[in-house]
Ligand binder design. Structure first.
Ligand code: HEM
Length: 397
């Protein structure tokens, strides 16, 4: 039996249930079998607590200030010179570099060719997350993912791991200062191997998964957000957001609510489980949480729930991005990195932590980005995600 939950409150309740385990990625076990989002119980708890150590507010502040602005500038520059870009392609390049940084995947050559290779690998890894819904020969897709993992292992993971192990040893031997240790997930996992005892294959897959979890979601979120902003600029001045980045962040959160990058979550009972209506569900049953519908629930978000309104009033305790980052034990560990801290009445716009999507959007708007009137964007209608497959933009500055 499979049931679908569409109401906001029930959806949140299901996601917080400890007796329900992850069920969205069963088909993609070639990559996903032992990665964080697929673990349950204590195994999930101990892995998450190690990885959470790196993804803390001080990390996000350091990352935005020290790493992000440089990487962003480097990636956008060639497109600025050309005066145009495909936003989807640009988003891939910006956000892949960013997620590679915090995942712990080195790109020693830093060339466009090297980024292109990693991008292709990432696109193939993405197929593992959606293998359950894939059309065509699944065995062929699994083989393609295995080959991509081999290439990732040899050319990216092994050298990145080797470099980190050397630094860890040098620190232990007193030859290097502690500050030289990279701040990323792979380093954190390697430091904690005594407790975690992760086999190398799964350490490699966890690193690949982080790259995937951070990049794919953020890329499509950025493109949707820019589209919503361009629509808003038709009747509101750009200064409304360029002069007020805290309001820009609100616009981004509102777009995140409308376009959750994972439109559904899925869970399966670990023991007999009773729904609110008394119905019993068992290990073989599936509960689909329709995040897209929950985020447009009019009883929570009002009669205009379908529209982009960053000024909407929200009930107490409901975040502006709704359930787009999940809830409960699997709630997104990268939430603050992607969406930043929630703005408050007294937030200081100078020191506020905005998240990488708002900061990227801010830069693009400052450079005068606007849709190319002769080449409208194309929506990929082959999945229910309705992501943009192409979105040509021009830079006016
Ligand atoms: C706009 C960007 C993002 C969105 C919309 C998003 C969304 C989500 C959602 C809905 C979940 C919960 C899945 C479930 O309940 O089954 C999740 C989990 C997760 N996300 Fe994100 N995510 C984003 C960015 C990131 C980033 C930047 C990272 C990297 C640090 C990341 C890493 C993860 C991980 C590792 C999990 C699994 C957590 C666990 O199982 O304990 N995400 N994300």
């Amino acid at each position: 039996m499979a049931i679908t939950i569409k109401e906001y409150s029930s959806a949140g309740k299901i996601l917080r249930q400890k007796d329900l385990r992850q069920a969205l990625y069963d088909a993609g076990e070639v990559l996903m079998k032992k990665v964080l989002v697929n673990l349950h119980g204590n195994e999930h708890k101990s892995r998450r607590s190690v990885e959470s150590k790196i993804l803390q507010p001080n990390f996000f502040r350091w990352y935005e200030k020290e790493v992000f602005s440089k990487t962003l500038q480097e990636t956008i520059y060639p497109y600025l010179k050309e005066g145009k870009a495909d936003l989807v392609d640009l988003a891939y390049r910006i956000l892949l570099n960013l997620t590679a940084d915090f995942s712990g995947v080195d790109r020693p050559k830093k060339t466009a060719e090297e980024t292109g290779r990693l991008l292709n690998l990432l696109r193939t890894f993405g197929k593992a997350a959606t293998l359950g819904q894939a059309k065509g020969d699944k065995k062929e897709i699994v083989k393609e993912i295995e080959d991509a993992l081999d290439e990732f292992d040899r050319d990216f993971y092994k050298p990145s791991k080797k470099r980190r192990l050397k630094i860890i040893k040098n620190i232990d031997d007193g030859l290097t200062a502690k500050d030289d240790l990279p701040k990323d997930i792979l380093t954190e996992l390697l430091k904690n191997q005594d407790n975690l005892k992760l086999e190398d294959e799964f350490l490699m897959k966890e690193t690949a998964f982080f790259l995937l979890a951070g990049a794919f979601t953020s890329i499509h979120t950025l493109t949707h957000s820019m589209h919503e902003l361009f629509e808003r600029f038709k009747s509101n001045p750009r200064e409304e957001v360029t002069d007020n980045p805290l309001f820009l962040q609100k616009c981004i959160h509102e777009s995140m609510r409308l376009h959750p990058s994972s439109p559904t979550a899925m869970r399966r009972p670990t023991c007999p489980f009773h729904l609110d209506n008394g119905e019993e569900m068992n290990e073989k049953d599936t509960i689909i949480v329709d995040l897209m519908s929950a985020n447009r629930d009019e009883s929570i978000f009002g009669n205009d729930a379908e529209s982009h309104n960053p000024n909407r009033d929200l009930p107490k305790g409901v975040p502006p991005y709704g359930l787009s980052f999940g809830k409960g034990m699997h709630a997104c560990i990268g939430l603050n990195l992607a969406a930043g801290a929630l703005p408050k009445e007294n937030s200081d716009s100078e020191t506020h932590q905005y998240g990488i999507i708002t900061l990227t959007a801010k830069k693009l708007i400052e450079f005068g980005a606007s849709p190319d009137p002769d080449n409208p964007g194309i929506v990929d209608t082959s999945t229910i995600r309705n992501n943009w497959s192409s979105y040509p933009i021009l830079f006016k500055n």
